[in-house]
Design a protein around this ligand. Structure first.
Ligand code: ATP
Ligand code: MG
Length: 318
């Protein structure tokens, strides 16, 4: 649905993005993350045909955005970092203007606009002049204009900036409704938002992709490949725990009451081996939890220094 190949953008001789390649399948919701200045907005501007790249290719629904910009753009709803609102227009009139611009038929026009107004909780302000609205309401009108034509592809650049907590929760619900029927790329700095709604994540740092994987895989695996496991037993036998420490895949163990924390390398084999050894030890296994790495820790780990870009935890084919 969205295919990006070897995309680069130079400002003068400075590269804002360097050889980005990724794919987003139909109906997927992908979180696009990266620190300030990483190149997210630049990438989104290019994907939506608002800016040309220095090199590379972008296809939206199989259509090249630079060869057939009108056709490709008709499939895209875009919320830019700074929404393109006409401040002297009324909300309803503005949405009608956008719907007509995007080729929504006369028959569908009113129902599409009402649906967008409903989705963003904007019915009460539909007759107000945009310039007189508060910042959060303006942002909601920005989101409404992105979805009003019900395009196949939605690209949101920091959609929840300026929204109050109720509206953030509301947006999260909206995104869940939209996913499946729409292919969505969502850039945000609010990581719990990504954890709540995205199944896949692309992380960029200094213009390059440092990870693209499912949220589950990313959360279970830091670049060091260590998993944290918390084990609860009925009877702690310290001599057994000392024995465990000699196992190659156990990097560290810490005892706290009847809980033992293990840092494990390796995949599921290590987990299987550890669990059978605990059972054999007769300590009375009560529970075993594989702690998910918080996305925030993974993000910081991957973007903290340039050398991290070289670590190979990138999975192709997201
Ligand atoms: N018009 C421009 N001229 C020169 N450099 C630019 C221009 N626009 C962006 N850049 C540079 O390109 C890089 C990427 O910027 P971009 O706005 O894409 O980052 P971002 O990931 O969206 O950051 P943020 O999280 O702050 O929104 C930055 O180093 C920025 O300074
Ligand atoms: Mg940006």
């Amino acid at each position: 649905m969205i295919e990006v190949e070897n995309l680069s953008k130079f400002y003068g001789d400075r590269a804002a993005i360097k050889k980005l390649s990724f794919k987003v399948d139909q109906g997927q919701l992908v979180g696009f993350l990266g620190p300030n200045g990483a190149g997210k907005t630049t990438t989104m501007k290019i994907l939506t045909g608002f800016m040309s790249p220095s090199e590379g290719q972008v296809k939206i629904c199989g259509i090249d955005i630079f060869e057939n910009p009108m056709e490709a753009k008709s499939n895209i709803g875009y919320l830019p970092e700074h929404p393109p609102l006409y401040h002297d227009m009324k909300v309803f009139d503005y949405l009608r203007f956008v719907a007509r611009l995007r080729g929504v038929s006369k028959d569908n026009e009113t129902s599409y606009i009402n649906k967008a107004l409903d989705s963003l909780d904007l019915k009460s302000v539909k007759g107000r002049v945009i310039g007189h609205l508060s910042k959060g309401f303006k942002q909601r009108v920005g989101v409404a204009q992105a979805i009003v034509s019900q395009p196949k592809v939605l690209i949101f650049d920091e959609p929840t900036v300026g929204l109050d907590p109720t509206q953030v929760a509301h947006f999260r619900e909206l995104i869940k409704e939209l996913k499946g029927n729409h292919t969505i790329i969502l850039s945000t700095h609010i990581l719990p938002e990504v954890q709540a709604s995205c199944e896949k994540v692309i992380i960029i740092n200094q213009g390059q992709i440092v990870a693209q994987d499912t949220l589950k895989n990313l959360s279970n695996k830091t670049s060091s490949g260590i998993r944290r496991v918390e084990v609860k037993v009925r009877r702690v036998k310290e001599s057994y725990i000392k024995d465990f420490d000699t196992l190659e895949y156990i990097k560290m163990s810490t005892l706290a009451g009847n809980s033992i924390h293990f840092d494990l390398s390796g995949g599921e084999e290590s987990l299987e081996s550890l669990s059978s050894r605990i059972v054999e030890s007769g300590m009375g296994l009560l529970s075993m939890n594989v702690a998910s790495e918080r996305l925030e820790d993974v993000f910081i780990d991957l973007t903290k220094s340039k050398t991290n870009e070289l670590k190979n935890i990138t999975n192709q084919g997201v």
